[in-house]
Design a protein around this ligand. Structure first.
Ligand SMILES: O=C(CO)[C@H](O)[C@H](O)COP(=O)(O)O
Length: 241
């Protein structure tokens, strides 16, 4: 089995297990990314068979489009108001269930949706589980106005934490800057390790021009980690408030 096949099977296992958490009538947050796509597809199959009467809020235009095309009822988050459960992927999951998210440039909406949910459940393959966050690049969404100045301020914040790396503007294949669903830019931070994620999150949040970073701290309740053989392991946070 190739690594890619093993990863796909693991994502499928995690997404399939998460579908079982969905109860009739739930208000559901739908994540973004390849694992979330599998979840949405499997959920739509179950909803079609059982008529679950779900109300869904999506974390990206792509997910909203997919879910609606599969017959799920997709509404604006503000029209639903509050969600029972959000299921989303992640780029990294640490032992405290803190996350790096935003590999799909959707972390702003993902964080809003997750924070408007009673429970956030992450679905991921084993490769996403890390001892310490930071090997995956950390995306920071910034507004286009003065973005190069914002980048300097971020660099200064990183220097203060001895994380000195120059943020890189994320571009599309045609080399144009990638724009998020909100029309903002993404600066990618290659940090290798983040000794104190809370300190970095606090610094980034204080910078004018930063809309949101991809650190999800104390937001995820459960992580379902899939394995290539179809089994899953559930990681729980004991001390979650
Ligand atoms: O945060 C995300 C998108 O912004 C994704 O959930 C994250 O990148 C994981 O993606 P995948 O399931 O494709 O590995």
């Amino acid at each position: 089995m190739t690594d890619a096949t093993a990863t796909d099977l693991s994502k499928d296992a995690a997404a399939t297990a998460a579908v079982a958490l969905v109860e009739p009538g739930m208000r559901l947050g739908l994540g973004t990314g390849s694992t979330a796509v599998i979840f949405v597809r499997r959920l739509a199959q179950r909803a079609a068979a059982e008529g679950l009467a779900l109300r869904c809020a999506a974390t990206s235009k792509a997910t909203a489009q997919l879910a609606a095309s599969l017959g799920l009822r997709v509404e604006e988050l503000d029209d639903i108001g509050w969600l029972d459960l959000t299921i989303d992927g992640a780029d990294e999951v640490d032992p405290d269930l803190n996350l790096i998210k935003g590999g799909g440039a959707a972390h702003l909406r993902e964080k809003i949706v997750a924070m408007a949910s009673d429970r956030m459940v992450v679905i991921a393959d084993q490769g996403k589980v890390v001892d310490r966050l930071g090997q995956f690049h950390l995306p920071v969404e910034v507004i286009p106005f003065g973005w190069q100045t914002t980048r300097k301020l971020i660099t200064r914040a990183l220097d203060a934490l001895d994380l000195g790396q120059r943020p890189v503007l994320l571009r599309q294949r045609d080399n144009k800057p990638l724009l998020t669903d909100e029309g903002n830019l993404i600066l990618d931070l290659a940090l290798e390790a983040i000794p104190d994620p809370q300190a970095l999150a606090d610094r980034l949040s204080r910078i004018a021009g930063v809309v949101e970073h991809g650190l999800f701290l104390n937001i995820c309740h459960v992580a379902i980690i899939g394995r290539p053989d179809g089994s899953v392991v559930e990681l729980q946070r004991e001390d979650f408030e």
